[in-house]
Design a protein around this ligand. Sequence first.
Ligand SMILES: [Fe+2]
Length: 204
Amino acid sequence: MSISRAQAHGIIEQVKKQEIALGRDPNTWYLYENHVVGAAKIAQMIASEIPVMDENRVYVMGLLHDVCKTEEDRKERFHGILGYEKLCNQDEEIARACLLHSFPWRKLACYEMYAHWFYNKKEDYDFIENYIATHPAKDEDYLIELCDNLANKDGFVTLEQRAEEYGSRHPSEDLSPILIASNEIKDYFEKKIGHCIYDFYKKR
Ligand SMILES: [Fe+2]
């Protein structure tokens, strides 16, 4: 079974309703929505110029990659794992985007570096490590990681703008390795499409 674009938007609507029922101010929902819709749109635009990629599929991956982000603190589990668990029976490919989108080039640093991301649940880190070891890389894995970093609460941003904004919220994290790797992934896709990814921003 695969999740369509309309179904994916329906899932996001359900998450919104659930969050508002739990007390979220509806006027702040755009902060989340601009990020996930921005990631979906830029993923689609890039994929539309790569014949082997399915632009509708990557749109859905971009839209749902953070489907459990808002539940992370409540449940004290890494949102990528929660998203994978939520969607894996419906659509493994989309669930995979949830699971892998936070790790540039699918590279995991040691558990000690990530323990806080995983709420100190080593079994969740081990699950992702094992998943990566047993599932060969696909370009979609790299694309969604990149697109996660090309959109924020305001929509499209450069990797540098995204890192600066994230860094201001998480001052103790060293983001330089992620920024370097994300720029490498950007170069990887720019070679495939033959132009700068930021050119898409001018066409909006
Ligand atoms: Fe994200």
